[in-house]
Design a protein around this ligand. Structure first.
Ligand code: NAD
Length: 474
């Protein structure tokens, strides 16, 4: 059965909204009547909390900054910034002078005097690399205890970076236990990760690329959306709590991957007498394939006549130049692991009759060179599965095409399992694997044949695994 979050993500596209800011991009100080004068408490006056406090108070909201550090609270109350960030002290002073900003160490006072609490406490690494949620736990205990005696609806928003599951398994249980109330009915919960860059935080706050709202209850989501609609035009996306938590990690790990990739390309380039900056400048100009959503969807392994060959060749050259490339060097291993992952999914069903729909790595081609589906087929054959394969293009090529020679000489053991009768392959199979994006395979996912398991390696499934279908990574 699917969770609420999974349903959320299917409808999220409908909820993605261009904000009112498209018609009316308001500047700081000019408030939207729907959101003006919101009463907000911010727990944690470090980098994230202090920037939020400054930006929200200058936009007309009443902000109470809370910290366990009396020194930071004192700074706020004197119009000083607890952190170094260009322009922030001016905003904090403006908020203070307008009577819209104050600091306190008293959580009960802050919750009683606000309708939303933003949690901005630190979530540092432990020695073993795991995430410490100690500060999250104690701040939730404080907010929850304060909610116990507060009448009226209150929304708790986690801005700190927390791993998926933290809000469901830690934040909500602690808030419910310490307040004696129920999340989603008596009080609201949302996640709103923050994407500001240090040094450019205020500009980033005013002109966000995206705002991500993960909501337990619609009321909290609506409240946050209204709060951010006053900013410059941007996408406000509303998702489940877990999806929002994961988005934040995905962004940061992606940034780290980009830096590391560019560094490795730079190091190989230098060893080859090439200026890697020049290379990357041009690479970044291609917004169709290079910096784009292309190649950015989870799914099956890459393949084809170019990618594996070229990754291997550059790796070989790097190692012969003694240039360490741990990231680029891991790509083929990760790709092979994805093929084994598909095999494991199939093996888990403990069935022997398997139908593979698609053998070429892409729909609409008969190119089988380095198709990861051929590799998967070989693994299945090797393990004794009764495999039947349907691929219209390859079937044609086997008889007429330019790849006839390749098929006959390199993979006769695989091509002999091709069957040109779609329905016969379905009838044969206990497990059906959708291998490439041939549109005719979609119906097998939309209405899985009764009693058969369908494994989707392509992404046809509109939902995550369930209802007779399993996705490779969804
Ligand atoms: P920080 O360590 O600078 O500040 C955290 C503050 O929380 C400290 O002042 C601390 O005294 C206070 N605090 C701890 N326990 C408290 C409690 N019970 N009540 C009130 N205050 C309490 O942290 P930060 O850099 O602002 O980061 C906060 C969170 O935001 C982290 O999860 C971080 O990963 C995330 N984040 C940070 C950035 C960034 O650029 N710094 C950007 C995006 C997300």
């Amino acid at each position: 059965s699917r969770t609420a979050g999974q349903q959320d993500s299917r409808t999220a596209g409908q909820q993605d909204s261009r904000t009112a800011g498209q018609q009316d991009s308001r500047t700081a100080g000019q408030q939207d009547s729907r959101t003006a004068g919101r009463h907000i408490s911010i727990f944690g006056l470090g980098y994230v909390g202090a920037v939020c406090a400054g930006c929200l108070s200058v936009r007309g909201h009443r902000v109470i900054g809370v910290d366990v550090s009396a020194a930071k609270v004192d700074l706020i109350n004197r119009g000083k910034s607890p952190i170094v960030e260009p322009g922030l002290e001016e905003l904090l002073r403006e908020g203070l002078c307008a009577g819209r900003l104050r600091g306190t160490v008293d959580a009960v006072d802050a919750v009683a005097d606000s309708e939303i609490s933003f949690i901005c406490v630190g979530t540092p690494s432990k020695k073993n690399g795991s995430l410490s949620v100690d500060y999250i736990e104690s701040v939730c205990n404080e907010i929850g205890s304060a909610l116990r005696n507060k009448a009226g609806y209150h929304t708790v928003v986690v801005r700190s970076t927390v791993l998926p599951g933290t809000v469901k398994n830690i934040v909500i249980p602690i808030l419910e236990k310490s307040s004696g109330k129920r999340a989603g009915t008596d009080f609201g919960v949302a996640v709103n990760p923050e994407f500001l860059r240090e040094g450019k935080a205020i500009n980033d706050y005013d002109h966000p690329a995206i705002t991500v709202i993960g909501e337990l209850d619609q009321r909290s989501g609506d409240l946050l959306q209204a709060l951010y609609e006053e900013l410059d035009a941007h996408h406000i996306v509303r998702k489940s709590i877990e999806v929002a938590e994961m988005i934040k990690y995905t962004c940061n790990v992606w940034h780290a991957a980009k830096v590391t990739f560019a560094n490795e390309i730079g190091n190989i380039s230098k060893a080859l007498g090439v200026d890697g900056r020049e290379v990357m400048d041009v690479v970044c100009k291609d917004s169709r394939l290079n910096l784009s959503p292309y190649y950015m969807r989870p799914g099956f392994a890459f393949g084809g006549s170019c990618l594996p060959k070229d990754v291997r060749a550059l790796n070989y050259r790097a190692s012969s130049l003694d240039v360490p490339v741990p990231l680029i060097g891991s790509l083929m291993r990760s790709n092979e692991a994805q093929v084994r992952h598909a095999l494991d999914i199939i093996a888990n069903y403990e069935k022997r009759k398997v139908g593979l729909f698609g053998l070429s790595f892409k729909a609409g081609t008969d190119d089988l060179r380095e198709s990861p589906l051929v590799e998967l087929a070989e693994m299945l054959i090797g393990k004794g599965y009764a495999l039947s394969i349907y691929d219209r293009n390859v079937e044609y090529a086997r008889v007429f095409g330019a790849n006839k020679e390749y098929i006959e000489s390199k993979i006769p053991h695989v091509s002999s399992l091709l069957d040109n009768d779609f329905d016969r392959v379905v009838a044969h199979s206990e497990v059906i694997i959708i291998g490439n994006g041939d549109e005719r395979f979609r119906k097998l996912v939309d209405a899985p044949p009764p009693g058969k398991h369908v494994v989707d390696l392509v992404g046809f499934m509109p939902h995550v695994s369930g209802d007779g279908c399993e996705g490779i990574c969804w």
